[in-house]
Design a protein around this ligand. Structure first.
Ligand code: C5P
Length: 236
């Protein structure tokens, strides 16, 4: 089990720049980082990502997947205007795409400020049947571990995974990879469309380095209060 502290990322899933800025000002003293993804970036642009996350630790979740040269060039373009702490690519892009992504990150930043490269293995929306439909016959957990191992060996610093995958990944990959875990629900909150959830405390116990929480914070009557309760649960 990991002894590292588990930190909290608030997922700002909105296409509204002012709403995102309001959440940042309400939450910046409580959460450890903010996640901005496809919805915000496509609606508001990279300048808005930079402005809204100014002075904050940023998880830029754009899940890149293309030929190695295009992904590496895309990352270089992103890093010419942004300094995220965490960024995502798809492990299914393969070893060369991952290695070239890592190189692009190393070229853009010194080792102390280099963004951490996270690979997404199997999307949590996929099940055994949908994996079969894309030609993958392994059960989802085995495929997660297989892809996760390949991604780390190819240069990823860590993985985005479900809390239910942490144990199998730690057993195979050890303590070093950074594990970032969405699908988190504090006790008593709505599961929304998440299927296999864990509480913040359970995910911390399982060895998550970061948890990603969206709607339980952003849809709360008092988002800062909801975030403080989650932080307290992580520390307790
Ligand atoms: O609102 P909720 O807490 O479900 O938000 C979780 C965030 O994590 C969303 O931004 C979602 O896109 C993201 N995510 C996820 N499951 C994954 C990968 C990312 O829920 N497997």
């Amino acid at each position: 089990m990991s002894k590292r502290p588990t930190r909290l990322i608030a997922a700002l899933d909105t296409a509204d720049r002012k709403q995102a800025a309001r959440w940042v000002s309400a939450l910046h003293e409580t959460v450890d980082a903010f996640k901005l993804g496809l919805e915000f970036t496509y609606a508001c642009g990279l300048d808005a990502v930079r402005d809204v996350s100014h002075g904050q630790r940023l998880f830029l979740d754009l899940k890149l997947h293309d030929i190695p040269n295009t992904v590496a060039s895309g990352l270089r373009s992103l890093l010419s205007t942004l300094s995220p702490e965490l960024m995502t690519i798809h492990a299914l892009g393969g070893p060369e795409m991952i290695a070239r992504s890592r190189e692009a990150l190393e070229q853009a930043h010194s080792s102390s400020t280099r963004p951490k490269l996270l690979a997404v293995t199997v999307l949590t929306s996929m099940n055994e049947q949908s994996l079969k439909a894309v030609g993958i016959d392994l059960p989802p957990l085995e495929e997660v571990v297989r892809l996760g191992k390949m991604a780390i060996q190819s240069g990823a610093d860590g993985l985005v995974c479900s809390a239910h995958e942490i144990q199998a990944l730690r057993d195979t990959l050890g303590e070093e990879p950074v594990l970032v875990v969405p699908g988190i629900r504090p006790k008593g909150s709505s599961s929304d469309d998440q299927q296999r959830i864990m509480t913040p405390h359970e995910a911390a116990q399982a060895g998550a380095d970061w948890i990603v929480v969206g709607r339980p914070i952003t849809k709360a009557a008092d988002p800062a209060l909801a975030a403080r309760a989650i932080k307290a649960e992580l520390q307790g």
